[in-house]
Design a protein around this ligand. Structure first.
Ligand code: HEC
Length: 185
């Protein structure tokens, strides 16, 4: 009798309280318990914020991303063989503030410019669709890539690639920061 009571109490607890507790226990999305209004991942406890891009924007983002990774890989190969100027060029043209991919993360140019008819239009639409926090991290990443390029150009003169490598690690920190917070699918 007593056992039955305990068993049914346990069962009730399982049905009522445990799912929420288990989520806490596993370090899942705490935002639902907190004050801030960040939407919780729909299912499965993914704590990243879903950014709901239309399909072609999502494709474009992921293609950009794959190029970001390829660029990092080429930069590391160049750094490891002492081709610092080449590493700087890759960073400037593919990741830096003046690269095409940075356009959507930069602050808006003067109002009134016809956004939809410009080349790089997709980047600008993405800039508008991104949450501000995401765009800020993107801007940090592009800024860090330009900083890296400047350091890499100095590496030959000072015969020391370490400051450039430190700058490169700050670029990758921004990649990770964004990936930890946002997803598009
Ligand atoms: C401002 C945000 C942001 C920054 C900065 C960022 N990413 Fe991403 N990246 C994303 C998002 C969002 C995804 C999609 C993740 C998801 O939906 O699961 C992604 C996905 C990727 C993917 C997977 C692509 C695919 O085809 O699935 C790679 C590779 C990647 N990023 C590399 C990088 C690298 C390398 C950097 C830094 C040089 C970087 N990203 C910087 C937001 C960012």
């Amino acid at each position: 009798m007593r056992r039955t009571l305990i068993a049914s109490t346990v069962l009730l607890l399982l049905m009522a309280g445990v799912p929420a507790q288990a989520q806490d226990h596993q370090g899942m999305d705490h935002s639902m318990h907190g004050d801030h209004a960040m939407p919780m991942a729909a299912m499965g406890g993914d704590p990243r914020q879903l950014v709901n891009f239309p399909p072609e924007m999502r494709e474009h983002t992921l293609a950009n991303m794959r190029d970001h990774l390829a660029a990092i890989s080429e930069i590391l190969a160049a750094m490891s063989t002492g081709h610092y100027a080449k590493a700087a060029r890759t960073a400037s043209t593919r990741l830096g503030l003046d690269s095409p991919a940075a356009a959507g993360c930069k602050p808006e140019p003067a109002a009134g410019a016809p956004m939809m008819s410009r080349p790089g239009d997709m980047e600008h639409r993405m800039g508008k669709a991104m949450p501000e926090g995401m765009r800020n991290i993107g801007l940090e990443m592009h800024t860090a890539a330009s900083d890296f390029a400047a350091e890499a150009l100095k590496a030959t003169g000072i015969n020391n690639p370490k400051p450039a490598l430190a700058a490169l690690s700050r670029v990758i920190q921004q990649c990770s920061a964004c990936h930890a917070t946002y997803r598009v699918q």
